[in-house]
Write a protein that binds this ligand. Sequence first.
Ligand SMILES: Nc1ncnc2c1ncn2[C@@H]1O[C@H](COP(=O)(O)OP(=O)(O)O)[C@@H](O)[C@H]1O
Ligand SMILES: [Mg+2]
Length: 637
Amino acid sequence: MAKKDNMKVPAGKQMGPGGKGRFGKPQNVKGTFFRILRYLKGYWFLIALVFLCITINSLSSIAGTYFLMPLINEIFESPTPDMTRFANTLTIMAVMYAISIVANYLQARIGISITSGMLHRVRTDLFSKMQKLPIRFFDTNSNGDLMSRFTNDTDAMRQLVSQSIPNLFSSLLTVVGVFVMMVYLSPVLTIIVVAMLVVMTVFVKTIGGKSAKNFMRQQAEVGRVNGYIEEMITGQKVVKVFNHEQDTIDGFNEINNSWFEANYKANALANILFPILNNLSHINYAITATVGALLSIGGIVDLGTLVSFLTYTRNFSNPIGQISQQITFILSALAGAERIFKIIDETPETDEGYVTLVNAEYNLNGELVESEKRTDMWAWKHPHSDGTTTYTLLKGDVVLDGVTFGYEEGQTVLNNVSLYAKPGQKIAFVGSTGAGKTTITNLLNRFYDVEDGKIRYDGININKIKKADLRRSLAMVLQDTHLFTGTVRDNIRYGRLDATDEQIRKAAKIANAEFFIEHLPDGYDTVITGDGANLSQGQRQLLAIARAAVADPPVLILDEATSSIDTRTEAHIEKGMDTLMSGRTVFVIAHRLSTVRNSDAIMVLEKGEIIERGNHDQLIEQQGKYYQLYTGMFELD
Ligand SMILES: Nc1ncnc2c1ncn2[C@@H]1O[C@H](COP(=O)(O)OP(=O)(O)O)[C@@H](O)[C@H]1O
Ligand SMILES: [Mg+2]
């Protein structure tokens, strides 16, 4: 997002996620279908029940119609109408229709619990997968796009299971059932109906095919409209700052127009299709009725049979239209499911690390051993291939040895960077934006892995360390702070979930956040919403520092942690920061050179290389880049 902020947006060429063709046809209909079935595991009984209900519903309504024949024949065809038999038939008919209604109701009720269960599983899988994906994944997928997996695509799956498939099944069943009954009642009339049907099918195929294509396009356009809206809501301030309101509206109009067009075409065709189909079925009905009447006069069919048959004709064309419509729905829902599965199938962040962080203590012989208790001493437990296990005290000794790295192949961001930080040392990185400072920290906590060279932590190659344990031993104040919906207290506690209220207050004091927190309406219990929109950027940074302080790790990384804090407040928190840094290995990245002045070593980075190193005095003496920066001969940014 931030990278795009200052891009000029020409009118009508607006940015926004969700390209064309997102809602294509599914690639693998069968595979995806079976995969959805797997999400329905444990519901087989209920699903069988649903299909049973659908079957009962369809068959009883077909049977209900059939009983029109004896009913009418009793009155019109029989010389002496038997009223008791008439009443009995009427009762049976009523019972049939009642059964059909009950089955329909049950089907809907059971269907809800099946789809809720399935959606619950799909969302759980999708969300937990998202938590396991490497940072790299989020670099290449837009938020809006990911969100639509949880909204549009899961909803399509819900419709698939709760409506499309049951409807398809019921339509097929009705068509087959009605056909059988029609043949049974009058083969001659059936031939007429089928002939008409062929005409209708050809018609549906030509127009319906086009409609289906437009229907898919329309869905893709909905995705684009949503993505655009979401992006512009998040970027509202930037839009206003650069006076891009009109451009944004123009861009929206363009996307909205193409949605309109697609929607119009899809529905216009569908809207023509259905009236025409309707009329065709009226014509069908009229022809069948006329021929039927002639046959009836000729005594070939009786009146009851004719009425039953004609009623069936009415119930015949409707499900046929349904079938083609449901197939379109099913295909687009399967495409949605495929997009969900694609994320679920992404390779998670791998972790081949086997060195773990354990509580440690010295035994009577003075050896470092693992401890069951919570000691305040930690050690790296390192199992070796020869079966032995060694323990190394967690000290926070960090070495970068010839580290080379690029986010994309062929693009070197860091080139042969070597440095060391002894436990308790403060190492500073300075250099212009894009020099690679944040990238170094991304490698330290293994958001990304080095391409070449090694990073050692307490003498252990960090590739061997389990990621969770590595990250536990480092606290980071990221360049982009993020606060979660919750109280101020909860947000600080995020650094260490078992921290007591007292420890939280202490951490807030260290970060000098205590003062402003106490002035918030509910103090520590003030609820922060929308990523801390009700706090200033500087206040958010103070909370982020407090969060790192409460984590209490041996290594601390501060990436522009005080960039939005004014110099006076910074001077205020200097003491707190010194307390926070003392006894820890600290990597500081700062624009303000006063913050890095007292570091043990300052690394000046340029284009991914360390061009100068030394402490403040040495670098000043060198009269190089740092000297220029410091004396203001060269401004950062
Ligand atoms: N996620 C990423 N994907 C691709 N390139 C990136 C990514 N993050 C940073 N870069 C590039 O790496 C270079 C160094 O960035 P960074 O380490 O963030 O610089 P800084 O010194 O300002 O912290 C820049 O050229 C930047 O464009
Ligand atoms: Mg940076």
